[in-house]
Design a protein around this ligand. Structure first.
Ligand code: SPD
Length: 432
């Protein structure tokens, strides 16, 4: 660069490793690494991941910036490297990134920015003074801004995290990760969807466990399908009358991630009343003896990947068979606002199987799940469900003694009060 203020290279990387291009942490580290390799001074980085795939980000350097948008599904990344001054060579960043993304080939064109011949420099005092001060005082602390996004086509929830991957395991079923977020503490994700955060997991786990247990009134034997983080069984074991819990989790990685990073969530794994099976919950229920459980909790992921079968009619028929008379099934039934179809289908399916009078649903506010408004659907075998006929005195004492943070009898009663728009959509669906 002889007669320009900056050098800008526009880069195309083809045939990249798709997994790398979908990994916000690796991309952020590679972009920052490229900047440093080129001897740029890194000021700040901002990167976002979009589920199911795609990463965008920028590294601000004292000498300008590096930016990327990656399309893992095309194994392609578009990168800009813009450097000012003579110190930083953008082609060093190019070589570094080509290797980091495992690109089979790359192409780039260089544009000179700010043709000196076309510019006129003016003499302004503050420019030189500021520069002097900046050189003396400026010790740029590199600030990372790395974002996880749980997103569908139209809605997204983003959480800023440290950019470090605390746990990463890929099985035949799914990818499990643990990240450290600034607002919610550690977070466990499955296929880039939020499952558990340290800060708000208690809401989901208290509500999926205590509401059905108190409505039943005498749970002795329970089954949890999914729930590999252990939060649901932790809550169930607060009930002294529960003699046995069978938990069937398809992916051992979830259990391991939780044991390693969420000790307060996974605290019940050592309980001798727990029979933990690493197996497919769908197969388990197909072969489970009839009339064997007082309570079945379906604590699955969203209806994608291995959890998809947990949203099917045939699965609920097997669960129905495995319930004792008067037994209760309770499932996480997605967001009526965000995932309306799954919510309605589950309600229609259970109403057909158990009878409309035997099914009800309630809400809890879970701020890290899409839309925040989350639903649970509950059904009782062989009788009309009475959601407000539970022992409120015992449940109030229980809530206090166990120092629960969300569940109280009042919260339980209130949770079944649905806004008109949900009542209407249910009425329409059940009338079909
Ligand atoms: N969109 C999130 C749905 C998650 C349901 N399961 C969470 C597992 C917590 N034990």
């Amino acid at each position: 660069m002889s007669n320009a203020l900056g050098r800008h290279i526009l880069v195309e990387f083809y045939g990249c490793n798709a997994e790398i291009l979908n990994d916000v942490i690796v991309i952020e580290k590679s972009m920052v690494g490229a900047a440093k390799e080129a001897e740029a001074t890194v000021i700040n980085s901002t990167f976002h991941h979009f589920s199911p795939y795609g990463v965008s980000g920028v590294v601000v350097i004292q000498e300008s910036h590096l930016a990327i948008h990656a399309w893992p599904e095309y194994q392609y990344a578009a990168v800009d490297v813009f450097t000012c001054g003579t110190e930083v060579n953008p082609w060093i960043a190019y070589d570094y990134l080509k290797k980091a993304f495992e690109a089979s080939h790359g192409s780039a064109m260089e544009i000179n920015r700010g043709q000196i011949d076309l510019l006129k420099r003016i003499d302004v005092d503050y420019l030189s003074k500021e520069r002097e001060n900046a050189e003396e005082e400026h010790n740029p602390a590199y600030k990372r801004d790395v974002w996880f996004t749980d997103k569908d086509d139209n809605v997204a929830l983003s959480l800023r995290h440290t950019g470090e991957l605390l746990f990463h395991a890929k099985s035949d079923y799914q990818t499990v990760r643990v990240l450290n977020t600034y607002a919610y503490g550690k977070m466990l994700t499955i296929d880039d969807m939020v499952m558990v955060t340290e800060k708000d997991e208690f809401i989901y786990h208290e509500m999926i466990s205590h509401v059905p247990t108190f409505i039943h009134g005498n749970v002795k034997k329970a089954l949890v399908i999914g729930g590999g983080d252990g939060g649901t069984v932790r809550e169930l074991f607060r009930h002294k009358g529960i003699e046995e819990v069978v938990m069937v989790e398809i992916d051992e990685n979830v259990v391991n991630a939780s044991k390693e990073h969420f000790p307060t969530v996974s605290s019940a794994f050592s309980n001798p009343k727990l029979d933990l099976k690493i197996a497919d919950g769908i197969d388990y229920l197909e072969n489970a003896p009839a009339n064997s459980f007082d309570l079945i909790i379906i604590d699955g992921s969203d209806p994608e990947g291995p959890a998809e079968g947990l949203f099917s009619d045939s699965f609920y028929q097997t669960a129905y068979n495995a319930l004792r008379e008067g037994g209760i099934i309770c499932l996480q039934s997605e967001s009526p606002m965000f995932n309306t179809e799954a919510f309605l289908e589950l309600n229609a399916c259970l109403s057909k199987l158990f009878g409309v009078e035997s099914v009800s649903r309630y809400l809890a506010y879970i701020s890290t799940y899409p839309s925040g408004m989350w639903s649970f659907t509950i059904a009782q075998k062989g009788k009309a469900i009475e959601t407000n006929a539970f022992d409120m005195v015992s449940s109030a004492i229980f809530s206090q003694q166990e120092k629960l943070q969300y569940y109280t009898p009042d919260m339980q009663l209130a949770a079944f009060t649905l806004p008109p728009f949900i009542r209407q959509m249910l009425a329409d669906k059940l009338a079909e």
